[in-house]
Design a protein around this ligand. Structure first.
Ligand code: MSP
Length: 632
């Protein structure tokens, strides 16, 4: 069985997890799940990077012990991932013994080999920050934090002979076009490699920094940043002898953002070469999420916290948005308005309504019995072809990290099925051609089955729900794309299920009648006089017809006989199926001022009871009454 190994950067524990960390981890999760779908053996690693002066300073700023502080922030990352449905197999911390041991072994070997040497380093040092700065990191020649000019300091340190591997690296990148991808980053690295590579300083004297891994050949020094952090990708697999390492390293794919391109595209391959390990397979580099056209930062107060988004809009909605909105490799702007727009149009309107209307018809016309197709017409064949092409295109684009394209194609299929329903008009067939009706419902259901499974990497929970509603065979995930395609030709055996709203619309203005009714509680119930009550005209009504208002998540259009026929918009969608409403007796406020809801004029209000869980029941007379009878 082929295998793939997916990693995220290990995140610094000097700040709490935000949108950027969430995106990388979600996108990595999507690819891991995609390969799981294909039937690969997968292994997915994330973790935290906990050494270095940045971390020591962050702890100091909070008056905390470094160890206590890193435990806390690392815990925030570790505990966040289950809430985002991240399916990581391991979580590594650079302060763990299993990691430190491997770093020291590697340092020993590379030192023995002669690729690490001791030398004097001269640089711009800020005593406030206790670190060296590069010229270009300064603002007006001053430390951006302390606003003081750094001093030139000489320090003896250990260096990794990176320059020795420059030619090899250029050659390797040229011979392996997908080694660094997308191409813009490959080009960026190649152009950077046109200049001679400098050797990499890999140590700090303990007089300056103790929070690190001690060099095995000089206990007065610790390793610094990258020689420690990058090795996590193999220490977690139990390098050198671990089974996991042997099995998964050849299929390694690292996910990072463009900020840490150089260490991953240059230092890491050179380090691997020096250690004598084959390079990873792919470095997958994405762009930056910006907020309000700028960078997220604590001081600007515009940091997007993933859990806030999830609790406000739902997890799968958030995951879908991130993957649909960002073109992998390019920067993107994050805004809640854009998120809401996508939820309402793509999820609630297109996909949610398609599932709802399809299964409502299956319920109404077939009592949820599996539809059996008869002879397929051209329009049915075309639908199957598009579904089959969608699976092919999905594979091609997912493998190439073009997640947004895969989603666009799935939505083409969703829209095509919506159009197919409009064209074939099953409600008309129900009256005159039951065989054709079943054929049409069959094609709708198999199309939806394919969609439900293809969406699993992006929206695991909603995909699972769709699969349950549609009776998709258990264990399809992991059986490969050929088996997903095969669903398009197979008889449907499992009964279907009654639908419910999968993706609630995010309402801004629209407040349904029911919501208005439920906002009052005992404390703020106003007393009214009998005269005031008598102003209300309450009548028994019979629901003659109920229709979906496709753009709304809550509203149904009812035609009600209250002695005369009225159209009434009621906020009861999702609580009842339209056909179970037909013929029901209800109580209606008939003298309510007419109002327009979602473009439909509503003349009256149907009364319903609601409990604290939001369960609804319509109010009916205890025996059948003549429509229009007065309620007092
Ligand atoms: N500890 C190093 C990585 C070591 S890997 C061997 C580090 N940590 S970090 O906490 O700064 O994380 C950087 C990563 O977080 C980026 O590469 C990216 O994956 C993610 N992001 C942080 N901010 C981001 C955005 N605004 N947008 C997208 N992703 C970004 O660097």
């Amino acid at each position: 069985m082929p295998s793939v190994y997916i990693t995220t950067p290990i995140y610094y524990v000097n700040a709490e997890p935000h949108l950027g960390h969430a995106y990388t981890t979600i996108v990595a999760d999507v690819l891991k799940r995609f390969y799981t779908l294909l039937g690969y053996d997968t292994y997915f690693l994330t973790g935290t990077d906990e050494h270095g002066d940045k971390i020591v300073r962050a702890a100091k700023a909070l008056n905390a012990e470094t160890k206590e502080y890193v435990d806390k922030i690392s815990g925030l990352f570790r505990n966040l991932w289950p809430h985002l449905n991240i399916s990581n197999d391991d979580f590594i911390r650079t302060t763990e013994q299993r990691h430190k041991k491997v770093v020291q072994e590697i340092l020993k070997e590379v030192y023995k080999k002669g690729d690490i040497y001791f030398s004097e380093y001269e640089g711009l040092y800020c005593y406030g920050c206790e670190r060296f700065y590069l010229e270009r990191e300064l603002v007006d020649g001053k430390c951006p934090d302390h606003k003081t000019a750094p001093e030139i300091v000489k320090e003896a340190n250990y260096f990794f002979k990176m320059s020795k591997y420059q030619e090899w690296l250029i050659d390797y990148i040229q011979k392996n076009p997908a080694f660094i991808r997308p191409e813009r980053y490959r080009n960026e690295v190649l152009s950077f490699l046109k200049e001679p590579l400098e050797d990499l300083c890999i140590s700090r004297p303990k007089t300056r920094l103790t929070w690190g891994i001690t060099l095995p050949f000089d206990e007065n020094y610790v390793t610094y940043v990258w020689f420690d952090a990058l090795i996590n990708y193999i220490s977690a697999l139990g390098f050198p002898d671990g089974e996991l390492f042997k099995k998964f390293w050849p299929g390694a794919q690292h996910f990072i953002a463009k900020d840490i391109l150089k260490p991953h595209a240059v230092y890491w391959p050179c380090m691997l070469k020096a250690i004598g390990i084959e390079p990873f397979k792919h470095l997958n580099v994405h762009g930056y999420w910006n907020v309000s056209q700028g960078k997220m930062s604590k001081s600007l107060g515009n940091v997007v916290r993933p859990l806030d988004m999830v609790s406000k809009y739902g997890l799968d909605q958030f995951r879908y948005f991130l993957l649909r909105e960002m073109v992998f490799g390019l920067d993107s702007d994050f805004s809640e308005d854009a998120l809401v727009a996508r939820i309402n149009s793509d999820l609630a309107n297109d996909l949610g309504n398609l599932v709802m209307r399809s299964l409502t018809m299956a319920h109404k016309y077939l009592d949820l019995r599996p539809p059996t197709p008869s002879e397929a017409l051209a329009i049915d064949q075309e639908l199957l072809e598009l579904a089959s092409d969608t699976v092919n295109y999905y594979e091609k684009t997912m493998v190439a990290l073009e997640f947004h394209k895969a989603l666009i194609q799935i939505w083409e299929l969703i829209n095509r099925i919506n159009k197919y329903i409009d064209t074939t008009a099953p409600w008309a067939l129900a009256k005159k051609d039951p065989k054709r009706l079943e054929t049409v419902l069959y094609h709708i259901v198999v199309g939806l089955k394919v969609i439900s499974v293809l969406l699993w990497p992006f929206m695991p929970e909603s995909s699972q729900r769709m699969q349950e509603l549609l009776g998709v065979e258990e264990g399809i995930v992991g059986k490969g794309l050929a088996n997903i395609k095969a669903m398009l030709r197979k008889p449907i055996k499992e009964a279907l299920k009654k639908p419910y709203a999968l993706f609630p619309r995010v309402e801004s203005q629209e407040r349904s009648q029911v919501e208005i009714k439920t906002t009052s509680n005992k404390e703020d119930t106003l007393e009214i006089t009998i005269e005031e009550f008598q102003k209300m005209d309450l009548r028994v009504g019979v629901i003659l017809n109920a229709e979906d208002i496709p753009k709304s998540n809550k509203l149904l259009k009812l035609t009600v006989d209250v002695g005369e026929t009225r159209e009434i918009v009621a906020g009861i969608k999702g609580h009842f199926l339209v056909d179970e409403l037909k013929g029901k007796q209800v109580v209606v406020v008939t003298n309510l001022k007419p109002t327009k809801l979602m473009g439909v004029e509503s003349r009256g209000m149907v009364l319903a009871a609601v409990d604290e869980k939001g369960e609804l029941a319509l109010i009916s007379p205890t025996k059948e009454m003549k429509p229009g009878s007065k309620v007092r």
